[in-house]
Design a protein around this ligand. Sequence first.
Ligand SMILES: C[S@@+](CC[C@H](N)C(=O)[O-])C[C@H]1O[C@@H](n2cnc3c(N)ncnc32)[C@H](O)[C@@H]1O
Length: 286
Amino acid sequence: MSFPSPAIPTQSTLWNGHAGNAWVDLQPILDGMFLPLQQRLLDAVRHESPRRVLDVGCGTGSTTLAIARLVGSEGQCTGIDIAQPMVTAARARAERESVAATFIQADAQTCAFEPHGVDMIVSRFGVMFFERPIDAFANLRRASRPSGLLNVIAWRGAAENPFMTTAERAVAPMLDLPPRQPGAPGQFAFANKDQVGLILRDSGWHDIDIQPVDVECTLPARDLADVFCRLGPVGLALQQADEATRAKVIDAVRPAFDSYVQGDEVRYTAACWVIRARPLPKGERA
Ligand SMILES: C[S@@+](CC[C@H](N)C(=O)[O-])C[C@H]1O[C@@H](n2cnc3c(N)ncnc32)[C@H](O)[C@@H]1O
């Protein structure tokens, strides 16, 4: 079985279509799986006690809502995301859970944020998708108060995150997937720490601190096939596939995950960066 993969769409098309819809459908699974990363951001918020927080690439809003609860009525947490399906889901969730978080559907690279309006900028895996990362981080720097803090989590490289590429390696004989382009917008765009440091420096941030963290993530084993069939390059290639094809791919790929399955749970290590920086004072900017 072999069929060609579709052309690579822009990030906006991807997140407003296939990827955004998949993240909305899988929201409870993904929020459970990435909860330990959210806890790290909450710990940082607790430590800094910001009043106004911006969550970049907020997706379906789990982290935004958790921070809004934490800062309470004295503060404000706003999530920004380029994807309509994600923001619609996040707003519905805020209403359902009676949390006073706000959500903007816009591109964080160009959004006209209130200048110096936020004390802290956070993100769980939402900052690696910019086509123009220097413009994006310069825009975020303008949104930050002079004493503000950037504190975001991004993936390290694919080689350090073998769980995340298991499906595409296993499916290679069947699906003609386009190779991942190093540094291109996407999950592993921030693999290179030096490159990330340069992006931040050139966009007007200083006190840049990029630390590796390894975080254990889990998901129910019954949800594993949904995750690898809907997300990433394999999910993209399978979006038009019929049930029979999907079933064949699951049969072929599922054994490749055996080493991650422990009873009814899947466990893997997420190799990430915690990236922190402060806005460069105005007079010191190039
Ligand atoms: C991997 S998801 C993470 C979602 C969420 N932070 C979470 O942890 O559940 C990446 C998110 O970044 C958003 N995104 C991508 N490019 C963006 C941009 N230029 N501006 C704002 N959001 C963007 C996507 O729409 C998507 O919701």
